[in-house]
Write a protein that binds this ligand. Sequence first.
Ligand code: RUB
Length: 327
Amino acid sequence: MTDGDAEPALHEAVVETAENIATMETRGAATIADAAAAALADQAAASDAESPAAFRAELRAAARELHDTRPTAVSLPNALRFVLQGTEGDTVADLRSSAITAAESFREDLDRAQDRLGRVGANRLQDGDVVMTHCHSTDALACIEAALEQGKELEAIVKETRPRKQGHITARQLREWEVPVTLIVDNAARRYLDDADHVLVGADSIAADGSVINKIGTSGLAVNARDRGTPITVAAQTLKLHPDTLTGHTVEIEDRDVREVLSVEEQREITGDDADEELVVENPAFDVTPPRYVDAIVTEHGQFPPESIVTLMRELYGAGVDDPWDD
Ligand code: RUB
């Protein structure tokens, strides 16, 4: 790591964490944020920068590497911003210790927020409720865990969640908690909504107008739930609020590798070739649920109707934010 013009060297923890996020080894908005903050702390701890400017450049480069992995979950830039803004001091030693402290306090806040949010979300669930889930969300599961701790008995209908089948992770967790689980394919959701008392999902980002950006399929589920009269709750700590949407920006939806949808072998079965450009396969990872289909957004600060989330967003982020990892 040098003070010169060369791009600062990245700690292996940063490179590995970025790779894990990009390949979804590490996934889910809160988990991604936690891993990114930990990687920045590793970078800070291992830095041998010889000047404060070199140290800051190094941390910014690490943040850029982590930032450029997945575009939709705002928890990632929010985590990076928190650590970079908490990195203060006039010496390398001060910068290093403040960066590590900021990362640690970010990670502790994240755990605390999830616990608090879980207790709020649990209050929306009644003893004997059947809860339908989509994808795998640690914020949503925190609500179920807290309800179980309150002594409520719950059952779950778990949507498989194509193409990556994160529903299996949810099912595994729920079975560990001894919650009876019915696993269904995504296409069966509308039919099984008749048996559900609640739909409970997480969020990757929440826009200023209360729109919820979450795993592809959430919006269709929400529309169907509204049609069936099943309440839909979004569990999302405030880390999921997308400050850029305060100033009119939209949330980028990640397009992932189409091979997650159709393998080369499967494609050959359709086209006899693995390079037929006239067969278009698309794989958007997230979608946008308009606020009118959501009953409540549950955060560590309490529950909000989606349309009023902008007030909380302004309180927490002011008029907007900048990106401190940019040079
Ligand atoms: C995960 C997903 C989750 C949110 C919230 O998508 O959409 O619902 O990230 O998760 P992917 P959490 O699997 O593509 O990362 O509540 O754990 O932050």
